[in-house]
Every structure is written in structure tokens, then in C-alpha cells.
Write a protein that binds this ligand. Sequence first.
Ligand SMILES: [Zn+2]
Length: 118
Amino acid sequence: MWGMDTSVYKARLEEEKAKLEGELASVGRKNPSNPADWEAVPQGTGKEPEEGDTADNIEGYAENVGILTDLEIRYNDVLGALARIDAGTFGTCEVSGEAIEEDRLNADPAARTCKAHI
Ligand SMILES: [Zn+2]
């Protein structure tokens, strides 16, 4: 994709990344020993569960784990797309190596594959 103008996609991805970080911070926190990883926290506490607690007896914790898991998947897709922009490989299908259709990238700038390999 030589000469492809990625600036619009980059702006959209940066915006979504910031939004996702806000949402992630509302249900979890960054793992202190691995900043690339997020862990869920019980609703409203901003803290890890106490030892002996289970997901079932902490209000909102299990729910946050589910929300966080979905957010984290999307967040990693967005980070991956930004990394591909920096690496100059953005817009290339991970399966076939062919160009991803422009309308697919417009619908989802974090798309990793072309329409044939969804
Ligand atoms: Zn493909």
C-alpha cells in the first residue's frame, strides 16, 4: 500500500484508543507488573478483590470481567492497527497479504483481513 494516506485512519484509531482507555479505566486498571495488560476491578471500588472473595460475591465484579475482556480485545485490535500504520503495513490482509478493501477499512480501520478472509 505504497503512498496510502493513513492519516484519516490514524486519527480515527487514536480517537477510539483514547475512548477505549477511558472505558477500560471505568471497569479495570492496568496490571502494575504488565502495563499492556488490564485487569478488572469490582464496580465502584477501583481496587482488586480481597483475598478470599470470589467473583460471585463481589457486586459487579464478574460483570466487569466480561466487559473488560471485550474492551481489551477491541483495544488490542486498535493498537495493532496503529502499529501497522507505523510499520507501513497498514491495509494489508493478514491472511492473503493483499490490500484490504477501502470500504472495509472505512467501516473498521482496525480490520486485519480483507473481505475474503473475515
Ligand atoms: Zn485476504
